[in-house]
Design a protein around this ligand. Structure first.
Ligand SMILES: *Cc1c(COP(=O)(O)O)cnc(C)c1O
Length: 356
């Protein structure tokens, strides 16, 4: 790279840093998260060198990507004088769990509405994993049927709590609005600086995409520093066109909110939604194989709903040569391992050997 490009990049990095400091932030996460090579997976697949960005190690209550968003969301809630947080998610929501933990840490009351998106009656799914942790953190949880208007449900709950004298703050599902997405603008900055320190040129960044705040923040942040990293979201729910449109919209809102006068090119938003399987939160063979493979090759835990499907996409695309010509690709580990305990049966494990 020639020096003009480097000087230009450094200037953009400092401009983005300055733009981010305008927003209030609560320090909740263990940041920066590690960036580590996955040598055994790389050897197994024989493609580009694969690295992992450990956002499963953000610290709060087993970690995950929502903690970065909550740094900005919880600070905004406090600035507005709120004492009560309301949010929503699927039964095994990692976002709900991290919001419950962040609320506990900041001494705020937390109400969570859980939408029954899968229709499962399984006791582990309904009471173990993230649900157990939500309650352990003192959150008040209640269920809503699948396809409820969850935003309307949160508004109703908020009105009732305000009548009781609470000052509420509503966090949308997944913490995905322009405030939460700032957490992933910050991650783009962090990763850029980490790569420089390691003298590493990152060719591609791959991660699971759902409610879109993660990808939208990364799109905004990477564009703001003029990065040429190929960013790819692996979808877990919506079809590709819809997912890309949602990411693009939030990325543009986030960029406007940063106020740097930069446009988001539509072509910097890419999603591959071929690994969803039968639907959100429903297991696939590729996901179970990928989760087992990384547990055994690298000693790492991924979840059935998000990071496991993202990993399935990563592995399959490496095998198909999608990243041919690239040297270093990074998988962003968005966390979620607490959800494993909501789905113990899907791995079909052999159990103990021999007689007890
Ligand atoms: C929420 C979540 C995602 C998706 O992030 P979005 O910002 O909602 O797109 C990915 N992985 C895990 C483990 C999550 O909990």
């Amino acid at each position: 790279m020639n020096t003009t490009i480097i000087d230009n990049r450094e200037e953009k990095i400092s401009l983005l840093k300055r733009a981010l400091t305008k927003f209030p932030r609560e320090r909740l996460g263990h940041l920066p998260t590690p960036l580590e090579p996955l040598d055994r997976l790389t050897e197994e697949l024989g493609g580009p060198r694969i690295w992992i960005k450990r956002d499963d190690c953000t610290g709060l209550s087993t970690g995950g990507n929502k903690t970065r968003k909550l740094e900005f969301l919880m600070a905004d809630a406090r600035k507005k004088g709120a004492d009560t947080i309301i949010t929503q998610g699927a039964t095994q929501s990692n976002h709900a769990r991290q919001t419950a933990a962040a609320s506990a840490k900041l001494g705020m009351e937390c109400h969570i509405l859980l939408e029954d998106r899968t229709g499962s009656n399984d006791a582990q799914y309904n009471f173990n994993g993230n649900v157990l942790l939500d309650q352990l953190h003192g959150a008040i949880i209640s269920k809503r049927p699948g396809d409820s208007d969850m935003n309307a449900e949160m508004e109703m709950l908020s009105e009732n709590l305000e009548k009781d004298g609470k000052k509420t703050y509503i966090i949308p599902g997944g913490g995905s609005n322009r405030v939460g997405a700032l957490g992933y603008v910050n991650c783009a900055l962090e990763l850029t600086e980490q790569a420089t320190q390691l003298d590493l040129k990152i060719d591609a960044l791959i991660h699971a995409t759902g409610s879109t705040g993660t990808q939208a923040g990364l799109v905004a942040g990477l564009n703001a520093v003029d990065s040429d990293i190929y960013l790819l979201g692996i979808g877990v729910r919506a079809p590709q066109t819809q997912q890309e449109e949602m990411v693009f919209n939030l990325a543009r809102q986030t960029m406007d909110y940063l106020g740097m006068g930069i446009e988001v090119p539509r072509e910097s938003v890419r999603a591959n939604c071929n690994y969803v399987g039968p639907g959100y939160g429903l297991p696939t063979d590729g996901m179970t194989e990928a989760v087992k493979m990384l547990a055994r090759l690298e000693g790492l835990l991924f979840d059935p709903v998000y990071s496991g499907k993202g990993l399935d996409g990563l592995i399959d695309l490496v095998r198909k040569g999608h990243f041919n010509g690239m040297s270093n690709i990074v998988f962003l580990h968005t966390g979620g391992s607490a959800a494993l305990f909501g789905y113990p049966e899907i791995f079909n494990l052999p159990g103990y050997q021999g007689e007890p």
